[in-house]
Ligand binder design. Sequence first.
Ligand SMILES: Cc1cc2nc3c(=O)[nH]c(=O)nc-3n(C[C@H](O)[C@H](O)[C@H](O)COP(=O)(O)OP(=O)(O)OC[C@H]3O[C@@H](n4cnc5c(N)ncnc54)[C@H](O)[C@@H]3O)c2cc1C
Length: 510
Amino acid sequence: MSDAQSVSRRAFVAASAAALVGLTHKGERGVRGGFVEDGGAAGHRLRDNASLGPVRERRRLPLVIVGGGMAGLSAAWWCEKHGFRDYLLLESGDEAGGNARAGRNDVSGYPWGAHYVPVPGKQAMLARVLFEDLGVLRNGVWDERTLCHSPQERLFWRGEWHEGFEPMLNDSAADRAEFRRFQDRLDGLRSSGEFTIPVSRGRPARSALDALTLAQWLDREGFRSRALRWYADYAVRDDYGTAARDASAWAGLHYFVAREPDEKGPLTWPEGNGWIVKRLLERIGTRVRTGATVRAVSRPHGGRVVVVRTEDAEFTADACIWAAPIFVAARVIDGFGASPPLTTAPWLVANLTLREWPDERGSAPAWDNTIVDSPGLGYVNATHQRLSRPGGPTVWTYYHALVQQTPLEARRALRAMSWRDASEFVLSDLERAHPTLRRVVERVDIRRYAHAMARPEPGFLSAPWRSALAASRGPIWYGHADLSGLSVFEEAQDQGVRAARRALAHIGRG
Ligand SMILES: Cc1cc2nc3c(=O)[nH]c(=O)nc-3n(C[C@H](O)[C@H](O)[C@H](O)COP(=O)(O)OP(=O)(O)OC[C@H]3O[C@@H](n4cnc5c(N)ncnc54)[C@H](O)[C@@H]3O)c2cc1C
């Protein structure tokens, strides 16, 4: 275990233990907040197979989409784009958006999860089409307001902030040499054409890299620099909610290799990818129904129609797009079979509302602010894109992927935590870089994700269940980021649209 991992493990275990025994922490006078709705109640009713209410509505229609995250919304966007509106999208949460949901208060909009999209390269054609539709890309030029302003990222290391990660990665001659060698290895992998975004555009070989963890690959290649190892681990915690010791080396390297090396950006908005959700919902209009948890999907007598049952309604459709997580499909879809052997990552996201910017040392505030050897992933600043003078009220979104324990242990600890314990955990982490934080924080609102995303563990590329679902011949098509195994915007969009294309062709509207 690296030093960074042991520090993080100690910190989280201490906070979980405090949660379990209900310790009292130093109180912050006047700090308010709470847990926000996280879909847990509906999820538990589904898990426990709670009895269903009477059917109050029956409807026959050509297409039902299950799940209103980025994948389901993208499927609906594709239908709308092709003039097809005779569908209904059923979303379990009280708002659509899934992991890309957002919130707003008097100070700013802010993300509850996904907060950026890397500037889509040439392969990410669909993402480019969407951004043209939304007016973010015009005649090949990206809207300056959505490209992340400088400085984009900074790192708190050795007691002060530094712009970018390079100062740490190039600290000693040995670090510098390893970092250069790492980049050479990435350049070599980039030219293989194996690492694409979205994954479906490439031809991932049954790569030997998918048989190793990222940590094993770093060992094998002789990368020992503590800074480089921390950086690699940070990257996979940040994108996949999975530590380097658990993530497939192929998935970990994909993070570094698949994107354009000299991209500008990323694209970001105060409310993160919630901005995209809002624009998509404007197009989808009344064809989305929230608070509608799908409890059963069946094909009576193995026939041509699909019956989709919520708590109080029943829809009979010619086609169904399943855009909800795959572990849920195994519980809901009749005849789906055993749940695929995938594990899911628990996360904690906190939005801190600040009266003013707290004290700090070193380089100027950036959009993305990371603390070395922190159990968390740092915070993004919702007011970063404003042109007005910084320093006034703002909202920080703090991210923490719970990789220190097994997913099951971490989920239990997360559930057992009181809001006070959780906010104390967040504040103690951040005050290492901002000693006066408690004086300026007004609210700490927290969202707990029990199952945020599938973890890309070794073997995920060649998992037979994934190719079997992708090859479905209908009338149920699968389109969720789980299908690619990498939970990022471009993959969710790609999977949602692929499913929509097939479903529309099936009902003769493609
Ligand atoms: C904290 C966090 C930060 C992230 N940051 C980024 C980022 O900055 N950039 C990025 O590209 N990606 C980010 N991601 C990844 C993000 O998961 C993807 O970008 C994408 O939003 C996934 O979309 P999806 O539709 O595949 O899945 P989900 O977002 O999981 O959507 C699935 C939807 O299905 C609904 N559902 C589940 N069960 C049912 C049911 N039975 N009936 C009806 N509805 C149901 C859920 O409520 C949910 O709305 C982040 C993820 C997390 C958790």
